[in-house]
Design a protein around this ligand. Structure first.
Ligand code: ZN
Length: 497
């Protein structure tokens, strides 16, 4: 028998298991028996043509099967197969110590530490691996953090404490109460204020000897190259696929290292994508998952300490890159499972056909990443301000209130959220059918009833409406704004989350 490790986002489709077993054989036969046993898994792993989706990678031990014999690779008894999907976050290039750039080294020579800085950094200075040289490099170094959220919070705080001379932050969000469970750079007093403001104040309180630059704007194809150009290292703390691909491509075009981290529920990933030294994010995941297939943290949740672990790994890598010490996480993907308390490492290889860092690259400039990913960069479910979609018929919460008051004649109200969300708050008139279970529970729905669908903010239920219409249900409507709109406009006593 062989073991197949199932990542968190796909566990609902295998009855919640972390691992399942299958007969030994080839990668092909093992995966075939897996989707035969768990049919709901199929559309997550394979496209309509039966090809493995390109945002899913399969590893035998720590090797990507693409670098072995692909689907023909034998999987012997006792072997472990892992499914690793992508999860839902100016000056001359890099004056990094690795480069041995004389001019840059010269510039660093001019950096001096004051007596106060020497006192502050004494635990670094007495280590031979860092020492005065390393601390000066950190002072002369610069890191741009994309996002001051879950990953950016701990990363920024440790970078500041370590004495990285210039820290840039791109973020235009405001602090909300639901951020405080993990975004430890912000406190209660910052709720409602710009994240940039509270992050900057906190960083300068940790270390007044550094400079903090704030960019209160969304990262776009128009500003990314300009913003990145001035920094040595980019730390990707984003939570959405369009921005991830944008960060990757801008880093590849500028030749900068991209310190990657991503989190979902209990699992995290980290790596350093640096096209000059190894693979880039596109080598690992050539394409993003289709919209709605991988839930966001706002939808799927995240353990509060998880971004702490991953963000600190990112800070560690940024510090090592700037100080020129240690072995960077280039060509390796670190996987962390908080529930098992286990780290695993997978090998990453450069894809010779990579469209941006391969030999015959087809991408020479930044593109429209929202179009490429087929989804907005701002997760509508995280803002609670889901935009209407023209192809989805809607009903407002006040209309719904009146329909419910009349006893919902000829209609049924479905809540497609998860059971734990239902437990926080639900509408008594609704029936719970989590979005993932919808395909297997269509039998509970009648073609003649009108079907009204709601979720938290209206994004997931819009996907569900489109799905139901594809399945032949004609009278389906999305409840605009979801239960959040209900709490806002109909019943303010309802808890919001
Ligand atoms: Zn690449």
């Amino acid at each position: 028998m062989v073991t197949i490790r199932i990542p968190t986002p796909l566990r609902p489709y295998v009855g919640g298991s972390k691992e399942v077993t299958a007969e030994a054989g080839t990668v092909d036969s093992v995966l075939a028996s897996l989707v035969y046993r768990y049919p709901d898994l199929k559309r997550h792993l394979f496209n309509d043509a039966g090809k493995l989706r390109s945002f899913v990678n399969v590893y035998l031990g720590d090797e990507d099967v693409r670098h072995l014999q692909g689907f023909e690779t034998p999987v012997p008894d006792g072997a472990q197969l892992s499914i690793v999907p992508s999860v839902a976050g100016g000056r001359p290039t890099i004056a990094l110590a690795h480069e041995h750039d004389d001019e840059a080294e010269g510039a660093r020579e001019e950096v001096r530490l004051s007596n106060a800085e020497i006192r502050r950094y004494s635990r670094h200075l007495i280590m031979p691996e860092v020492g005065m040289q390393g601390q000066k490099k950190l002072k002369a170094g610069s890191v741009l953090l994309v996002g001051a959220g879950g990953l950016g919070s701990p990363a920024a705080m440790y970078l500041a404490a370590a004495g990285v001379g210039r820290i840039g932050i791109v973020d235009f969000d405001t602090v909300s109460e639901s951020n405080l469970q993990r975004q430890i750079i912000h406190g209660q007093s910052a709720v409602g204020k710009p994240k940039l403001e509270s992050a900057k104040a906190r960083l300068l309180d940790i270390n007044p000897f550094i400079r903090v630059d704030g960019f209160e704007e969304p990262l776009t194809s128009q500003n990314a190259l300009r913003l990145f150009a001035d920094y040595d290292v980019i730390v990707d703390g984003t939570d959405n696929f369009p921005t991830r691909y944008l960060v990757n491509d801008a880093c590849v075009l500028l030749g900068k290292p991209n310190v990657y981290g991503s989190i979902f529920r209990f699992e995290g990933q980290a790596s350093v994508f640096w096209a000059a030294r190894g693979p880039c994010y596109r080598c690992l995941y050539p394409e993003p998952p289709p919209p709605g297939l991988v839930p966001s943290c706002a939808e799927g949740g995240v353990l509060g300490v998880l971004p702490g672990v991953i963000g600190v790994i990112q800070a560690t890598e940024a510090i090592k890159l700037i100080a020129g010490i240690g072995e960077p996480l280039v060509g390796r993907l670190m996987l962390y499972d908080a529930l098992d308390m286990r780290f695993r490492e997978l090998k990453l290889r450069k894809d010779p056909d990579c469209p941006i860092c391969g030999a015959h690259r087809t991408i020479h400039a930044l593109i429209d990443y929202e179009a490429f990913c087929g989804m907005p960069a701002i997760d509508p479910d995280s803002t609670g301000q889901s935009a209407s979609r023209p192809d989805v018929p809607e009903i407002t919460v006040t209309e719904l209130r009146d329909r419910i008051a009349a006893g919902l004649p000829g209609a049924i109200l479905i809540d497609v959220r998860e059971p734990q969300e239902w437990e926080i708050a639900h509408l008594p008139a609704a029936r719970l059918i989590p979005k993932g279970e919808l395909p297997s529970r269509l039998g509970e729905l009648s073609q003649t009833d009108e079907i009204l669908v709601h979720c938290r903010s209206g994004a997931r239920s819009a996907d569900a409406v489109l799905f139901l219409r594809q399945m032949g249900f004609k009278k389906v409507k999305n409840v605009k704004g979801g239960i959040l709109a209900w709490a806002r406009e109909v019943d303010p006593s309802l808890p919001v989350y």
